[in-house]
Design a protein around this ligand. Structure first.
Ligand code: GDP
Ligand code: CA
Length: 307
C-alpha cells in the first residue's frame, strides 16, 4: 500500500512516526511544509522537515517536543554572548544538520535532494519530500502588522491574533520532484494532525499539489489536531476560532474543503460532528501520548483502506 501524508512539524512528525511504524517505511511518502523555513545566522533552517527527520530517525526529544534529544546549546550561548542573533533556538547537534544543508543549497543542490541525502544517512526509510524546492514563505497578518512565520511564532510567542495568512511564492512554486507522482500513485492520502493554517495550507497553496489532491480517486483522510476543541499545543484553536468561527470538527474539515473524504476526530469531540456534509467522521482516541497511542491513531486512519 502506498500512503502519502501531508505534514507540519511536531504534531505531524509524531503521527508520521506512528504511520511508518504501522505501514512500514517503504509504504510512506511524507510531504512536508516549508512555509516555516528561515535564514538565521547565515543558515537555511527547515524546522518542519527536521522535526519529521528527527522523529523518523528516532533522534527527536520527546519531552521538549522539537529538536534533538541529548541536545546542548553551547554555540547559541556564544552567539548570545557576542550579541548575535539568538532568538531562534538552535542546539549544537541540530546546527550540524543546518550547516550541511546550507552548504549543499549554496552549491546548487535542491532542497529535496539535500533532504533525501540526509534522510538516507540517518537511516530514514520513508520518503520525505519538501512540498517544493522553490522559495515559499508564510506571512502572518496581525493587528500589530505583518510578520514572517517565525517572527510571529517564536520571537513574538504567537501572542498576536491572526487576521490572515499569505504564502509568498506559492502561486509560482512547482512541487518538488516526486510529490505529484506520489499523490497520483497513492492508495490513501492523509493529512496529519498539524495546524491547518500554518502547516497544511502552505503545502496545498502550491497549485499543482492542490490540483493533484482534488483529482484523487482514492480516499483522503485528515486527522484533527484538536481534542475537545482545544489544540494539544500551539495556536491552532485560537486561529480556528478567529478565522473559521469555531473549533468543532466541521471547522477543521472546512480548512480542507474538497481535499478530504473523512476526518479522524477525538472521542471528546464525538458529540460535535454535525455539519460535516460529505466528510465522514472517524471517532477514536487521538492523543499521541506515546508509541502505542500514535500507532493506534495511524491504524485508525489506515483503516479506511482494507489491507
Ligand atoms: P508544528 O509545525 O511544529 O507547529 O507542528 P504541526 O503543525 O505538525 O502540529 C501542531 C499541531 O499538532 C497542534 O495543533 C496540536 O494540537 C497538534 N497535536 C500535537 N500533538 C497531538 C496529539 O497527540 N494528538 C492530536 N490529535 N494532535 C496533536
Ligand atoms: Ca511548523
Amino acid at each position: 500500500m502506498n500512503v502519502v501524508a501531508l505534514s507540519g512539524g511536531v504534531g505531524g512528525a509524531r503521527f508520521v512516526r506512528g504511520l511508518v511504524d504501522v505501514a512500514g517505511p517503504a509504504s510512506v511518502t511524507v510531504v512536508g511544509n516549508v512555509g516555516d523555513d528561515l535564514e538565521v545566522l547565515g543558515m537555511h533552517v527547515s524546522p518542519d522537515l527536521d522535526s519529521i527527520l528527527y522523529a523518523l530517525a528516532g533522534l527527536n526529544d520527546e519531552q521538549r517536543g522539537w529538536g534533538r534529544a541529548d541536545e546542548t546549546w553551547n554555540a547559541l550561548a556564544t552567539v548570545a554572548d557576542l550579541g548575535g542573533e539568538s532568538w531562534f533556538r538552535l542546539g549544537d547537534r541540530d546546527l550540524g544538520l543546518h550547516l550541511v544543508r546550507t552548504q549543499a543549497l549554496r552549491a546548487g543542490t535542491p532542497l529535496s535532494a539535500v533532504t533525501g541525502r540526509i534522510a538516507a544517512t540517518l537511516g530514514v526509510g520513508a520518503l520525505l519530500l519538501p512540498a517544493t524546492d522553490d522559495r515559499l514563505r508564510t506571512w502572518i497578518a496581525t493587528p500589530a502588522g505583518e510578520f514572517t512565520f517565525q517572527e510571529w511564532f517564536v520571537a513574538r510567542g504567537h501572542l498576536d491574533d491572526v487576521d490572515g495568512l499569505r504564502f509568498e511564492g506559492a502561486e509560482a512554486a512547482a512541487p518538488a520532484p516526486g510529490v505529484i507522482a506520489a499523490i497520483d500513485g497513492a492508495d490513501l492520502l492523509l493529512v496529519a494532525p498539524s495546524n491547518p493554517y500554518v502547516s497544511i495550507a502552505p503545502i496545498v497553496a502550491v497549485p499543482a499539489i492542490r490540483e493533484a489532491l482534488e483529482r484523487r480517486r482514492v480516499p483522503s483522510v485528515a486527522v484533527s489536531p484538536l481534542i475537545g476543541g482545544r489544540a494539544v499545543k500551539g495556536p491552532a484553536d485560537r486561529m480556528l476560532a478567529r478565522l473559521a468561527g469555531g473549533t468543532s470538527p466541521r471547522h477543521v474539515a472546512g480548512c480542507y474543503s474538497g481535499l478530504i473524504d473523512a476526518i479522524v476526530v477525538d472521542e471528546a469531540d464525538a458529540d460535535d460532528v454535525g455539519g460535516l456534509g460529505d466528510v465522514r467522521p472517524i471517532v477514536t482516541r487521538t492523543l499521541m501520548s506515546g508509541p502505542a497511542a500514535r500507532r493506534r491513531l495511524a491504524e485508525a486512519a489506515l483503516g479506511v483502506v482494507p489491507a
